[in-house]
Design a binder for this molecule. Structure first.
Ligand code: 5GP
Length: 129
């Protein structure tokens, strides 16, 4: 079982943003910027493009709802989307509120946020959904 499946099952804690029947969203624990969210399918599939057409479209539409909420409460020009999957073998979309294109550079140092900051960001995004 992947670490993300264990997060979905509640075995590992996360700062949850939302879930639907087939999708789940939570804050990235090593955020590039404030409000960096991961959106994942509940079905454990490593590679995004191995999802069925229906699963992929469900995931993208779910991500859209989260991105709209992020844009309302996290100061940013727009929400960028990226798919890497080099670390965790469970398909995921990164949603990253960007001020500049440099905010999308995965080689950037990650932010260190307190528990309280994570909680506040998650609660702000949830409230904007
Ligand atoms: P990728 O697979 O796209 O290269 O990166 C995986 C992402 O998952 C990284 O941004 C990393 O910070 C995040 N990540 C890895 N393990 C955990 C975890 O246990 N909890 C959370 N919230 N994020 C994680």
């Amino acid at each position: 079982m992947t670490i993300f499946s264990r997060i979905i099952n509640g075995e590992i804690p996360c700062y949850k943003i939302a879930e639907s029947e087939n999708c789940f969203a939570f804050l990235d624990i090593n955020p590039m910027v404030r409000g960096h969210v991961l959106v994942i399918p509940k079905r454990e599939v490593d590679y995004l493009f191995d999802l069925t057409d229906q699963e992929l479209s469900d995931l993208q539409l779910f991500a859209k709802k989260i991105a709209v909420a992020q844009k309302k409460v996290i100061p940013c020009q727009r929400v960028g989307q990226a798919v890497l999957g080099m670390e965790v073998p469970h398909a995921h979309i990164h949603l990253i509120p960007m001020q500049t294109e440099k905010d999308m550079l995965f080689s950037n140092p990650k932010l260190k946020l307190s528990e309280q900051e994570f909680q506040q960001i998650a609660s702000d995004i949830r409230a904007a959904l």
